[in-house]
Design a protein around this ligand. Structure first.
Ligand SMILES: Nc1ncnc2c1ncn2[C@@H]1O[C@H](COP(=O)(O)OP(=O)(O)OP(=O)(O)O)[C@@H](O)[C@H]1O
Ligand SMILES: [Mg+2]
Length: 254
């Protein structure tokens, strides 16, 4: 693995043994993600996209194969070390924000970082406020999570993902519950995460979102069946890229 590689999954498999017969969800995936790359993962519902994201990020253990992240063998780490790595090196954005209802927006963003880096309260507070300012949330800091829009909530979860300054951000359908205007806001925020130089791996069903990525891979029945390089996204090129992506996706059965 070279320093240009942020993440390398080799012959990755995931089988759920709780079902009868066991469900083979990931079926020998080899995947390399370059440092600073924005990779989109597409595929039909049930093809294994979330499972792939969880196994390459160490949220879930694969049944077989290896995952190297930033030079470390994630699959060889014990739970405590894997958890520490998730808190300090990785950021996560999900379809739902999973915020605590009785805390303000700001406290929800703050809490995991304070837990991850106790003793750095001052630095964490400064980073949280800077991120909230940057993503247009400063004036909503004291609001309850029920008092903001879905797009604002999702931008808050992007702030939460960035507080510990992760090298890689994993997003699972971050716009899956949003209307088109909010989708644009959230994708603008994620595009900034990428242009800051962070590696970004995003699962999406939305070709316009995937068209923002540098590269798109397509998953079918737990196998990567195709991959397409798109190069660097620009706003002016958005429609053309989405059109090209759709032309690529259709024969794959999308
Ligand atoms: N804990 C589990 N036990 C057994 N089977 C599971 C479990 N979690 C997921 N699966 C199965 O694994 C397959 C892939 O699920 P996964 O959630 O990764 O798909 P997905 O591509 O993310 O789908 P979607 O687009 O609907 O989110 C599905 O057939 C699902 O039923
Ligand atoms: Mg999923």
């Amino acid at each position: 693995m070279t320093t240009d590689t942020m993440l390398q999954a080799t012959d990755l498999t995931k089988e759920y043994l709780s079902t009868d017969p066991p469900t083979q969800v990931i079926n020998g995936v080899d995947l390399q993600v370059r440092t600073g790359e924005f990779l989109a993962v597409m595929g039909a519902s049930g093809s294994g996209k979330s499972t792939l994201l969880y196994t390459i990020s160490g949220m879930d253990r694969p049944t077989g194969g290896r995952v190297h992240l930033g030079g470390q063998d994630l699959t060889a780490l014990g739970e405590a070390d894997a958890s520490r790595l998730r808190l300090t090196m990785m950021g996560f954005v999900f379809q739902q924000a999973y915020f605590l209802r009785n805390l303000s927006i700001r406290d929800n963003i703050l809490l995991p970082a304070l837990k991850a880096t106790p003793g750095q309260k001052k630095q964490v507070l400064a980073r949280v406020d800077a991120l909230m300012e940057r993503f247009g949330l400063a004036r909503l800091a004291a609001r309850a999570i029920t008092e903001v829009s879905g797009g604002q909530l999702q931008r808050a979860s992007i702030c939460r993902a960035l507080v510990c300054e992760p090298e890689i951000v994993f997003a699972d359908e971050p716009t899956g519950s949003l209307n088109s205007q909010m989708t644009g806001e959230v994708m603008d925020a994620l595009t900034e995460v990428h242009t800051d130089g962070r590696t970004l791996v995003m699962v999406t069903h939305d070709p316009a979102c995937a068209a923002r990525a540098d590269r798109v891979v397509y998953l079918r029945d737990g196998q990567l069946v195709d991959s397409r390089e798109l190069g660097t996204w620009t706003e002016a090129d958005a429609d053309r890229r989405t059109g090209e992506l759709l032309d690529w996706l259709r024969p794959l059965g999308f």
